[in-house]
Design a binder for this molecule. Sequence first.
Ligand SMILES: [Zn+2]
Length: 469
Amino acid sequence: MPELPEVETIKNVLTPIVVGNKITKIDVYRAKTIEGDANEFVEELVNERFLSVSRIGKYLIFHLTNDKVILSHLRMEGKYYEFFENESDSKYAKVVFHFDNGKKLCYDDSRCFGILKLSCEKEYKKEEMISKLGPEPFDVKDINEIYRKLQRVKKPIKTTLLDQTIMTGLGNIYVDETLYASHIHPLTPANLVNKEEVELIIKSSKEILKIAIEMGGSTIKSYHPGKDIDGNFQTRIKIYGKEGEICPTCKHAYRFIKVGGRGTTFCPVCQRKKGAPHNIGLTGKIASGKSTILEIYKKLGAATLSSDAIVSDLYQKEEVVSLIEKTLKIKFPTIIVDKDVLRNHLIINPKDKKKLERVVHPLVEKEIVNFLETEKNPIRVVEVPLLFEAKLDHYFDSIVVVDIDKDVQRKRLEERNGNKAILLEEINKTNKIDENKNKATYLIKNNDNLNQLEKEIKKTLIEVKGLLK
Ligand SMILES: [Zn+2]
C-alpha cells in the first residue's frame, strides 16, 4: 500500500501530466470506484481543466476549473497511468480520463479498494474522509495537543498512529521506522507515551518522511510512482521487514510480531515496552536443558509455563484422547494418551506427526494465550519446544534459544533414555532451532555449567526489567 512519501511522489509525477489539460470524456468501467453518483461525476467533470494537484495524508486532491475537486485514495493497488489515445488502456483500468492533448489517464486498480470522489473547493476539507485526519508531522503546531489526545487512548501506540486521526502520515513501514528511531515499543499503550517521547515521535517521523519523500518513497510490490521511476527509500529502511537481522545499537535480533493484525518489526531491547508485561518465549533443542532454565526463571521471580506440562495435561483429557484416537486411527489401552503407544505409532507412521500437531498445537496455543492474558506477574516465561514450527514466536517480546554442543546433547540423551538416544536424535532433526537461531534475542549455551547459566539468565531478566520501567 503506498504511504505518504509514495503518494507525495505520485503527486509530483502526476502534476505535469494533468495540469493544463481539459477533460473531454470520462469512461467509468467500474461505477463503485466512484464514491457517490458515477453519472454526476462524469457530467460535472467533463469540460473542466486541471489546475493543480495537492495531497492531504494519503489522499491525492485534483483541483479543476469552476472550483471542482477530485479526491483520490489509492488504497492497496490503485495506480495512475498516462497513455496516448491510440494506445490501449491499462490492464485494470477502472476510470479513464480523456484529455484534449491526445492523451488519456487511466486510474488502474486490480483490487478495487481505491476510490475517487467528486467534491468542490469549498467543501472538500469538510468531507468526512479528510476532516477526520489529524495533522501531518510537518504540520503539528502544538505537541501538547497530540500528547493530550494520546493520553486518552489505551490502544498500542502503533495502532493509534496507524489510525491517522491523531496524526496522519505514518503507515506500516514508516510507523515501524519511527518507533524504532524513538525507542518506543509498538505495543506500548498510547497513554503511557510521555511528552518527551511524543516530541521524539514527531521529530523522527518528520526526518524519516522527509528522507523518504526526497528518495521518491520506497518501491514496494504494489507501488510504482510512474513509468521508469523507482523509489529508493528501501535502501534506507532500518527495521521494517528485517526480522532476525541484528540491531547495530544493542546487537540483539529484531523481532516480528502482529500489532492489531499488522506485521510489525521492532528491537526487543532498544524499544522500551512500558506498562505492559514482557513475555519471553523459551525454546531450544531436545536435552538442551530448557526445563532447568525455566526453573531458574521461576526461582528468580518470573511466572512460568511449560508447554510440555500443557501437553501432559491435555493427554489426560477425555475429549483430547478421543480426538487423537480418531485422528490417528489408534486405540490407547487406558483412558489417557499412552505416550509409549503414541511414540511407537509415530515411528511406524511418521506422516501422522503432522496430523497430531494439527490437533495439539491449537490447544497448546489456547492455553498459552490464556496464560499471557490472565497472568498478573509482569514477566512471564513460556517454554515452547516447537516455538518456530508451531508459529507461536509472535506472542513473545523476546526469545531465549538454548543451544547445546552435539556431544553434550548425545551424552545427556543416552543418560536419560538409554538406547532411545538414536530415536530422539531423529526427532531432533525436525526441530528447526538451528535455522531460527538468528531470531533469538538471547542465545544461551548450556553445556553443563549451572552457575554460568544462572548468571546469563539473571542478565536477561535485568535487561527485561529495565525495559519495563
Ligand atoms: Zn537494539
